[in-house]
Design a protein around this ligand. Structure first.
Ligand SMILES: [Zn+2]
Ligand SMILES: [Zn+2]
Length: 238
């Protein structure tokens, strides 16, 4: 069977994410768009993942919980997990590697933490938009060692991508690579190619998604499906 997936989205924890983008609204909007496996990957932090997991369960969606890490080379990479425990453990690791620079909400935007009741229960102090102290190759190995999915994000983007910051895609054992443009404009080295919305606003949820052939609609099924690499792009269910 094919599952519609969208593994790359932000919430109001990301300073560049809209304050309307609560985990609950993200899950609801994705359900309306027919997304069956949904990712939340805020910049450098996973503090909204507990609320995201609850919201996905309410909406009947499989949650994929992770972070979009900004490496020292200024490359964005998704590290994604199937359990909240694994994701929060990874979040602690990444938060520790963040430089101790306080966020300026007027300049960068607020970093809101949301609870299971969809209420703002705090803000994250360190600025999340910069780089954290881990290299691209170390990050790939770290996420694989933690049994997560490692997906270089928007590899063909004009900035904050392997293309922009490194000039090429290093040959490493990725779970998949995410592109904005199809067909890919750069060598993807035979990796499974997926698309994600990278939504920062509710209207952007589901703007890019794809369907992956999976043995079952679950995180384990997704992992297997990405390994097999049978993907359909664009709208439609056929
Ligand atoms: Zn990004
Ligand atoms: Zn993103």
């Amino acid at each position: 069977m094919f599952a519609r997936i969208d593994l790359h989205n932000h919430s109001c924890l990301s300073p560049c994410g809209s304050n309307d983008m609560t985990p609950g609204m993200l899950a609801f909007e994705a359900m309306e768009k027919g997304i069956q496996i949904l990712g939340l990957s805020d910049h450098n932090c996973g503090r909204n993942l507990p609320a995201f997991k609850s919201a996905c369960e309410t909406c009947g969606i499989v949650p994929v919980m992770g972070i979009e890490v900004n490496t020292v080379e200024e490359v964005h990479v998704l590290g994604l997990f199937g359990t909240l425990e694994d994701a929060m453990d990874f979040s602690s690791f990444i938060e520790f590697l963040l430089p101790d620079i306080k966020n300026n909400p007027q300049l960068f935007g607020e970093q809101l933490i949301i609870n299971d009741e969809e209420e703002v229960c705090g803000t994250f102090e360190k600025n999340l938009i910069g780089t954290c102290g881990i290299s691209f190759s170390d990050l790939v190995e770290e996420v694989l060692a933690r049994d997560g999915l490692i997906i270089p994000a928007h590899i063909d983007r004009y900035a904050l991508s392997v293309k922009a910051s490194l000039g090429f895609l290093p040959d490493m054992p990725y779970s998949a690579v995410e592109v904005i443009t199809l067909p890919p404009v750069m060598d993807t080295l035979g990796n499974t190619v997926i698309q994600g919305s990278d939504a920062h606003y509710l209207r952007e949820v589901g703007r890019r998604s794809c369907r992956v052939e999976v043995p079952e609609i679950s995180f384990a099924g997704l992992k297997e499906g990405l390994k097999n690499g049978i993907v359909k792009y664009g709208p439609g269910n056929g």
